[in-house]
Design a protein around this ligand. Structure first.
Ligand SMILES: Cc1cc2nc3c(=O)[nH]c(=O)nc-3n(C[C@H](O)[C@H](O)[C@H](O)COP(=O)(O)OP(=O)(O)OC[C@H]3O[C@@H](n4cnc5c(N)ncnc54)[C@H](O)[C@@H]3O)c2cc1C
Length: 674
């Protein structure tokens, strides 16, 4: 009998989207033999929707990823065509970098990086099956209360019947492709994005493909279900694209990029990103568009019941905006180039699944788009994904060892959210294979921690999108200090070079020294000083004051004091910015640091992964249900589970103190940093 293809790898990555690329690069850069599968090798790091990387809170994710040793920041610095720092009129916590990519160049540059990475192979093939083994175990003895809680859950949510299946422990040892080829692996990462059983819809049209007509993956879901994984179905949508040569820009407002450009990656020399940028254009829909949409709303699959899955609340379609805000006749549309080698333009704000003829009429009702020629229709896409509460904080399935997941597959939305999770899943796959501790970032260390903690802790019935308001410590987790917060961790994992780490350490020292100098340098209420203050519309000094105190005045900052601070050392712009922020916001920063210490205390109270909460008297049935489902790693995580009340947390704390819940060490709990 002929033998099919059979190969061995350390790590298999299923998917070469934004999550899969980061996962594959992380694992391969850590020296593990890695293979990444994609249904199309021509669409690696493909951007099927908006042309941006970054934006509010998403920019934070990219910078954190960069500080840890990820690739997205480098890739967008090579391929951006416009760049902006958003929210600059607000406080530094919400400043967010956003760059518009040349989509084709972005994809090509990432592919090149993958191809040039040692230990990494790219394979175009559809993975159809997981190879798993059942791990024999003693049958779990359940308390009467636990049985009751599970029965109540099955009655409430009959679709979750596979829960019992889910409790069988398995180990993932590889994958099979549709051709029957077998790829053995010590760890597997699922990063299938929007491709599993994907279905694209607009009007009456149904196409069973992934985005842009790319092949969907139709077999893997069954294999995942057979392994006890509970699947969800989500949807998202994209707007039409038009030919820029048919757009009348004279009726639109020009939106230009920033000068100077701030690079995404801390490694990029700012001089290298000062290049010619493209303009985007702002226009608005009007009463006519709203009328056309209302008259045809029953032809939208979103409204006529054809789409049952839920979409991202924060990226509503144009029909959603019109129907949900009937008093608002006008909605912003940004017309954005898709790249340097195409005339195709993206109509940001006009995502839709209306029929083609309605889309045309809506587009042509918009000032400047009256004669626009449509290149691609808008459409919605439905796909299979998971309830990420099946994962632990390291993104490994709780009941399938060696199987990790990242990206849109975990119920998130967005390139940056995908990349951040993909990186963490790839690193943790590598940690497992190398016998190192799982690597977890907590909520006080980064937005990446917030993202993953939210996904694995909180039930969500819609695609999860990152927002600055999701972080409790956003004054500490700024995009400008991501290198200072996370490069040390990246270095410890092995993905940040000694050279990069030394650069960050030097920056830290310079910041500390300069803050000390400013706090110890006093200026008197001299005539010169009073004149300088008056020139800068600041009140005169009553007595001598330190330079730090002067910087704290709302109308002044570190940069403005250059003329009166002769002893100032020469610092680069980023270092000086840190000095300024740390001095101006010192009080707030200290307060948040105190809150972080409180938070860490609760995160440090570890809970055993195999504990049956039904054995704890005075816990409510709902709390038992939720705690047994999530199996939180700490009291801190337990407190964020919806359905677990502060009173339940007190019960857990009392039981933990009394030794009724077994106290465990960091090692037993899976460890923390790499
Ligand atoms: C129509 C549309 C609209 C969107 N709108 C927005 C938006 O407005 N805002 C936003 O932030 N995000 C939007 N997104 C989402 C954005 O595209 C995703 O968040 C991002 O691409 C997810 O990255 P990912 O790596 O998780 O998955 P993807 O980029 O989807 O990549 C998945 C990868 O997995 C591969 N794959 C899947 N299954 C298999 C298999 N069985 N075998 C082998 N390979 C497999 C695919 O080939 C692909 O390489 C939209 C996506 C689409 C399609």
């Amino acid at each position: 009998m002929e033998k099919g293809i059979e190969e061995n790898y350390d790590v298999v990555i299923i998917g070469a989207g934004h999550a899969g690329c980061e996962a594959a690069l992380a694992a391969a850069r850590l020296g593990l033999e890695t293979i990444v599968f994609t249904v199309s090798a021509d669409s690696i790091a493909f951007m099927p929707c908006n042309p941006h990387v970054g934006g509010t809170s998403k920019g934070h994710l990219v910078r954190e990823l960069d500080a840890l040793g990820g690739e997205m920041g480098h890739n967008i610095d090579k391929t951006f065509i416009q760049s902006k720092m958003l929210n600059e009129s607000k406080g530094p916590a919400v400043h967010s970098l956003r760059a518009q990519a040349d989509k084709h160049a972005y994809s090509c540059a990432m592919r090149k990086t993958l191809e040039n990475t040692p230990h990494l192979s790219i394979r175009q093939a559809e993975v159809s099956e997981l190879i798993t083994e059942i791990i024999p175990q003693e049958p779990e003895k359940k308390t009467e209360k636990t049985e009751k809680a599970e029965k109540a859950e099955r009655t409430e949510k009959p679709e979750k019947e596979s829960r019992d299946q889910n409790q069988i422990l398995r180990k993932c040892t590889g994958v099979k492709t549709v051709s029957g080829a077998v790829y053995h692996a010590k760890a597997v990462v699922l990063a299938t994005g929007v491709y599993l059983n994907a279905r694209c819809l607009f009007g009456e049209v149904r196409e069973y493909t992934g985005p842009n007509g790319l092949k969907s993956a139709v077999y893997l879901t069954d294999s995942l279900k057979a392994n006890g994984i509970i699947m969800y179905r989500f949807k998202t949508g994209t707007p039409a694209r038009v030919d820029g040569r048919t757009v009348d820009f004279s009726k639109m407002k020009e939106q230009m990029g920033d000068i100077p450009v701030v690079p995404f990656s801390f490694d990029t020399d700012p001089a290298d990103v000062q290049k010619k940028q493209v303009s985007c254009w702002l226009t608005h829909t009007g009463a006519e568009a709203a009328k056309i949409i209302r008259e045809n709303i029953d032809r939208s699959p979103l409204y006529n019941g054809s789409i049952k899955s839920t979409g991202p609340r924060y990226c509503p379609s144009i029909e959603d905006k019109v129907m949900k805000f009937p008093d608002k006749d006008s909605h912003q549309i940004f017309v954005e180039p898709e790249g340097m080698n195409t005339h195709e333009m993206y109509l940001d704000g006009m995502s839709s699944s209306l029929p083609e003829d309605v889309q045309y009429r809506v587009i042509h009702s918009v000032p400047g788009l009256e004669h626009a020629s449509v290149v691609r229709n808008a459409y919605a896409i439905e796909y299979d994904c998971i309830d990420a509460r099946q994962l632990s904080a390291s993104l490994e399935f709780k009941n399938i060892s060696g199987l990790f997941a990242g990206g849109q597959f975990n119920g998130s939305s967005g390139y940056e959210e995908a990349a951040a999770q993909g990186f963490m899943a790839g690193v943790n796959a590598a940690m497992l294979v190398s016998g190192r501790k799982p690597f977890v970032i907590d909520r006080s260390e980064g937005y990446i921690g917030v993202l993953i903690d939210d996904l694995v802790t909180k039930e969500s019935h819609e695609p999860y999108r990152m927002m600055t308001s999701r972080s409790e410590y956003r004054l500490l987790l700024r995009q400008d200090n991501a290198d200072l917060r996370l490069s040390g961790i990246g270095h410890k994992i092995g993905l940040v070079s000694d050279e990069k780490f030394e650069k960050v350490t030097k920056k830290e020292t310079e910041i500390r020294n300069e803050i000390t100098r400013l706090k110890n340098t006093t200026v008197g209420a001299t005539k010169n000083m009073q004149e300088w203050l008056s020139e800068h519309r600041s009140t005169p000094l009553k007595k001598g004051s330190t330079l730090a105190e002067i910087i704290c005045r709302p109308e002044l900052n570190y940069f403005m004091l250059t003329d009166i601070d002769a002893e100032r050392p020469l610092l680069d712009r980023e270092t000086a910015e840190q000095v300024n922020i740390n001095i101006k916001y010192e009080g707030y920063i200290h307060r948040q640091e105190q809150q972080v210490r409180q938070f860490q205390k609760m995160e440090g109270k570890l809970l055993p992964a195999d504990f049956d909460y039904g054995t704890v008297g005075s816990l409510r049935l709902e709390a038992i249900q939720k705690l047994n489902k999530v199996r939180p790693r700490s009291i801190g995580q337990a407190s964020r589970i919806s359905g677990v009340s502060p009173a339940d947390i007190t019960v857990l704390l009392v039981n933990l103190e009394a030794g009724k819940i077994r106290q465990i060490s960091e090692d037993e709990n899976g460890g923390k940093k790499g």
